[in-house]
Write a protein that binds this ligand. Structure first.
Ligand code: PMP
Length: 379
C-alpha cells in the first residue's frame, strides 16, 4: 500500500472511531483502576514469579539463543511443561513463544487438505489464521451452535475433522459447552481443539474448563493456552497426548522455525502455574469479584473473569472508554474487527487482586458512565 493509500485508509478508520493508537497503560498513571488487563490473578507482579524470572535470567541470559529444536531448550522450558501438565491434568505440553504461535502451530499440524475444520464464529484471530494457514476445508458455525457442528460432522466428505472452540470466549466472556462438543467429536471421530487462553487460571479452580469438564487426558481433546494472561508472563502452549507433542515437535513450523521462549518468561510462567495449582482460592476470588462487578454494573454475569458489555457503535464504545479513562478507570474497548458480531463492547476484567474498595469505586464509575451514555448518547 502506498503512503497516500495508507493515509486515506487510516483516515476512513478514524472517521468511524476504529483507528487504533498505542497509549501507555496503568504503569504511566498511578491510581488508574485497571479493569482492562488480562493479569487475572495479579501474578505478573507477584514477588515469587519475579524471583523465578530473575533467577532464570541470571542463569540463562536474556534470550534463548536459538530454536527449541537446535539449542533453545533449557531446564526452565522443561520445568514449565511439567508444571502445565500438573496444572491442567494433561499427559504432555509443548511451549511456544506465544499463544498466537501455539494456535498457528497446532492447527497447521492437525489440519491440511482432507481435513474439515469447523469453528465457532467468535474464535480468536490466531485460531482463524491457523485454520487459514492449514489449507483445510473450513466451516464457520454460529456462536455455540452445537446442532450445526453435529450436522457438519455428520455430512462431511473429508476423512478427518477438527472442531475449534474457546473454553471462555475472549471478548464475549461466555463459555462453550465442552461436554456437548467433545461428545460430538467422539461420535463422529473428530478432534476437539479448545483454546483455554481465558480458562486456565480462572475456570475449574484454575485448572481450566477442560479439566473441570472431566476432559483432561481424553485423547481426542487437545488444548491451547497462553501464558500471558492468568499466568502473568509471556508465551503459549499446546497440551494433550505425548503423541501430539511429538507430532508438533516434528511438524509445527511456528515451533521449529521460531526462537524459543525467553527462559525468564518460561520460569515465571512455571512458578505462576505452580501457584495457581497450590492456591485454588485465587481463581475463586476472580469469580467472586466478577460477580460483584457484573452485579454493580447491571450486566448478566459471565462465567470467567471477562465481563462484556455491548454498547452499540464503535463511536459510542470509544467515547465511553475515553470517558472512563479520564475518570480513572481503564476498560477494554473492543470494536470491529475484534468483534465479529459488529456490536462494539466494553470489556471489563475482574482480577483477583482488586480490593473491595477498588471494585466498588470502579464498578460505580462504569455504572454511572453507562447510565449517562444511555441517556446522553455519545460520550
Ligand atoms: N487465544 C485467545 C483466545 C486470546 O485471547 C489470545 C490473546 N489475545 C491468544 C490466543 C493469543 O495469545 P498470546 O497473547 O499469548 O499470543
Amino acid at each position: 500500500m502506498a503512503g497516500t493509500a495508507m493515509d486515506t485508509w487510516l483516515a476512513s478508520r478514524a472517521e468511524v472511531r476504529i483507528r487504533r493508537g498505542l497509549e501507555r497503560t496503568a504503569e504511566a498513571r498511578p491510581g488508574l483502576l485497571d479493569l482492562a488487563s488480562n493479569d487475572y490473578l495479579g501474578l505478573a507482579a507477584d514477588p515469587r514469579v519475579i524471583d523465578a524470572a530473575t533467577a532464570a535470567l541470571l542463569r540463562h541470559g536474556a534470550g534463548a539463543r536459538g530454536s527449541r529444536v537446535v539449542c533453545g531448550t533449557t531446564e526452565a522450558h522443561q520445568d514449565l511443561e511439567n508444571q502445565l501438565c500438573l496444572l491442567a491434568g494433561q499427559e504432555a505440553a509443548l511451549v511456544f513463544s506465544s499463544g498466537y504461535t501455539a494456535n498457528l502451530g497446532v492447527l497447521t499440524a492437525l489440519g491440511g487438505p482432507g481435513t474439515l475444520v469447523i469453528h465457532d464464529a467468535h474464535v480468536h484471530a490466531s485460531l482463524l489464521d491457523g485454520i487459514r494457514l492449514s489449507r483445510s476445508s473450513t466451516l464457520e458455525v454460529a456462536h455455540h451452535d452445537v446442532a450445526a457442528v453435529a450436522a457438519a460432522l455428520a455430512s462431511r466428505t473429508q476423512p478427518r475433522a477438527v472442531v475449534v472452540v474457546e473454553s471462555i470466549y475472549s471478548v464475549l466472556g461466555d463459555a462453550a459447552d465442552l461436554a456437548a462438543m467433545a461428545g460430538l467429536c467422539a461420535r463422529f471421530d473428530a478432534l476437539l481443539l479448545v483454546d483455554e487462553a481465558h480458562g486456565i487460571g480462572v475456570a475449574g479452580e484454575g485448572r481450566g474448563a477442560v479439566h473441570a469438564a472431566g476432559l483432561a487426558g481424553v485423547p481426542h481433546v487437545s488444548v491451547t493456552a497462553t501464558l500471558s494472561k492468568a499466568l502473568g508472563s509471556q508465551g503459549g502452549a499446546v497440551l494433550g497426548s505425548a503423541l501430539l507433542r511429538e507430532h508438533l515437535v516434528n511438524t509445527a513450523r511456528t515451533f521449529i522455525f521460531d526462537t524459543a521462549l525467553a527462559p525468564a518468561a518460561a520460569a515465571a510462567a512455571a512458578r505462576a502455574a505452580m501457584i495457581v495449582r497450590q492456591e485454588p482460592g485465587l481463581a475463586l476470588r476472580v469469580l467472586a469479584n466478577a460477580a460483584i462487578l457484573a452485579g454493580r454494573c447491571g450486566v448478566p454475569l459471565a462465567p470467567g473473569a471477562v465481563q462484556s458489555i455491548p454498547v452499540g457503535s464503535a463511536s459510542r464504545a470509544a467515547g465511553l472508554a475515553a470517558r472512563l479513562r479520564s475518570q480513572g478507570v481503564a476498560v477494554g474497548c473492543f470494536r470491529p474487527p475484534s468483534v465479529p458480531d459488529g456490536v462494539s463492547r466494553l470489556r471489563l476484567t475482574a482480577r483477583a487482586n482488586l480490593t473491595a474498595a477498588e471494585l466498588e469505586a470502579a464498578a460505580g464509575t462504569v455504572a454511572a458512565a453507562l447510565g449517562l451514555g444511555l441517556q446522553g448518547g455519545q460520550a
